[in-house]
Design a protein around this ligand. Structure first.
Ligand SMILES: Cc1c2[nH]c(c1CCC(=O)O)Cc1[nH]c(c(CCC(=O)O)c1C)Cc1[nH]c(c(CCC(=O)O)c1C)Cc1[nH]c(c(C)c1CCC(=O)O)C2
Length: 355
C-alpha cells in the first residue's frame, strides 16, 4: 500500500512505536525524544553544499533536494524525528502570491494584503499546487523507516503578519492596525489562511507525515485577550480540520508564556515552550492532558559543553513530572551553531533519560 492509499485516521504503522510519537501521546518512553526546530539548514556544511546556487524557494520545490536536506540532520545528529524541509510561505507561493525569501532577511511579499479586495488573491490550495510535497514525503518516509516525519505550516497570525507587513516586522504595526481597526476584515483574512493552512497540513499527513507542527512564531506579540478574540478561532479551525487523522498536533510560538494555556485550548496535543518559562511552570499554565516540547535556550549551545550539560539537566529536571516531554530548543537552531554541539546534546539527553 502506498502512502497515499493510507486510510484517514490510520497513522504510519512503522513510526507508531517511536519514542517521539509515544511522548506526544503521553505514553511511557525508552528515552526522552529529541529533535530541533531548524535542524536542517545553515548550521550544516552539507546543507550549504547542496544548496549552492539554488534559491531557497526553488530548493523547497525539488523533491530530491528536500529529501536529502531533511535527512541530513537525522543522519548526523541521530535525532528522534525529521522535520520536512520547507518554509512557512511555501503554500502562499503555491497559490500564486508574489513573494520571495531574501537571504539574511526572510520572506518578502511584493504586494502586501491590506484591503478586502486583496483577500481575493488568497485562493484555495489544492494538492496539485504542492505536488512536489507529496512526492518528497513519499521518498522521505521510505528512507526514514521507523523515524517519524514532522510536517508543518505557519499559523494564521504569523502568515498574516508577513502578508500584511510585506516582510519581517518587529512591531507588526500594519497587522495590528487591521486587527484592531477592521475586525471583520481581519477575521476573514485569518479564516482564509486557516483554510489554506489546513489544506496544506492535510496534504502532508496524507502523504505520510506522522505529526504536524503549527508555527505561530510571532504571536507572542499579542496579549491574551486579543489572542482569544482575534487569533484562537482561526488556529482552532486548523487543528479541528486535521483532528480526525489522529496524528499529534504540536503548536509553538516565541515569547508565548502568557498564551500557553490558550494555545493548548486552540487544539494542540503538544504545546511548544520557549526558554523563558520553565517546563514545570509551563505545565501548570497548559493544564493536564497535553505533552510539552522544549525548551533549552538556543544560545546556550555557544557555551562550553559542561555549561550546556548543566542547563540541559535543568530542563530535564523541570520536565521530570510532565505527562509527556519532547526535548527541543526554545526556538530554532542558529546558522552559526557548531553542529557537533548539537550532536553531543542529542546523545546527552538520550543517555540522561534512558530507562
Ligand atoms: C518564521 C518562520 C519562517 N520560516 C519558518 C518559520 C517558523 C519557524 C521559526 O519560528 O523559526 C519555518 C521554517 N523555515 C525553514 C524550516 C526548515 C525545517 C527545519 O526546521 O529544519 C522551517 C520549519 C527553512 C528555512 N527558511 C529560511 C531558511 C534560510 C534560507 C537559506 O538557507 O538560504 C531556511 C533554511 C528563510 C526564512 N524563512 C523565515 C525566516 C525568518 C527565515 C530566515 C531568514 C534568514 O535569516 O535568512 C520565515
Amino acid at each position: 500500500m502506498s502512502a497515499n492509499d493510507r486510510p484517514v485516521g490510520q497513522p504510519n504503522s512503522k513510526t507508531h512505536d517511536s519514542a517521539f510519537l509515544k511522548a506526544c501521546r503521553r505514553e511511557a518512553v525508552p528515552h526522552t525524544p529529541v529533535w530541533f526546530m531548524r535542524q536542517a539548514g545553515r548550521s550544516l556544511p552539507e546543507y550549504l553544499k547542496v544548496r549552492e546556487g539554488i534559491p531557497m524557494l526553488e530548493s523547497c520545490m525539488r523533491p530530491d533536494l528536500v529529501t536529502e536536506i531533511t535527512l541530513q540532520p537525522v543522519r548526523r545528529h541521530k535525532v528522534d524525528a525529521a522535520i520536512y524541509f520547507s518554509d512557512i510561505v511555501v503554500p502562499l507561493k503555491a497559490i500564486g502570491i508574489d513573494l520571495d525569501i531574501k537571504p539574511g532577511v526572510g520572506p518578502v511579499v511584493a504586494d502586501p494584503i491590506r484591503t478586502r479586495a486583496d483577500l481575493a488573491r488568497l485562493r484555495d490550495l489544492t494538492p496539485e499546487d504542492v505536488h512536489y510535497v507529496t512526492e518528497a514525503i513519499g521518498m522521505l518516509t521510505a528512507e526514514l523507516g521507523a523515524t517519524p516525519l514532522i510536517g508543518f505550516a505557519g499559523a494564521p497570525f504569523t502568515l498574516a503578519s508577513y502578508l500584511v507587513e510585506g516582510g519581517p516586522s518587529r512591531n507588526h504595526e500594519n497587522t495590528k492596525a487591521m486587527m484592531y481597526g477592521d475586525p471583520e476584515l481581519w477575521a476573514d483574512l485569518l479564516d482564509r489562511l486557516a483554510e489554506i493552512t489546513a489544506a496544506f497540513l492535510k496534504v502532508q499527513i496524507e502523504a505520510g507525515a506522522s505529526a504536524v507542527q503549527l508555527f505561530d512564531s510571532w504571536v507572542g506579540a499579542l496579549a491574551p485577550a486579543d489572542y482569544r478574540r482575534s487569533i484562537l478561532p482561526a488556529s482552532a479551525k486548523v487543528f479541528d480540520a486535521v483532528a480526525s487523522y489522529n496524528v499529534p498536533r504540536i503548536h509553538f510560538g516565541v515569547g508565548t508564556g502568557e498564551l500557553l494555556g490558550l494555545m493548548g485550548e486552540a487544539g494542540a496535543d503538544v504545546v511548544g515552550v520557549d526558554w523563558r518559562v520553565p517546563l514545570d511552570e509551563a505545565a501548570r499554565r497548559v493544564g493536564p492532558g497535553k505533552a510539552l516540547q522544549g525548551n533549552l535556550d538556543p544560545a546556550v549551545l555557544f557555551a562550553p559543553t559542561a555549561a550546556v550539560e548543566a542547563k540541559t539537566r535543568e530542563v530535564l529536571d523541570a520536565a521530570a513530572g510532565l505527562e509527556g516531554h519532547v526535548f527541543n530548543l526554545g526556538h530554532g537552531v542558529l546558522p552559526s551553531m557548531d553542529p557537533d554541539a548539537l550532536t553531543r546534546l542529542v546523545a546527552y539527553v538520550h543517555e540522561q533519560t534512558a530507562r
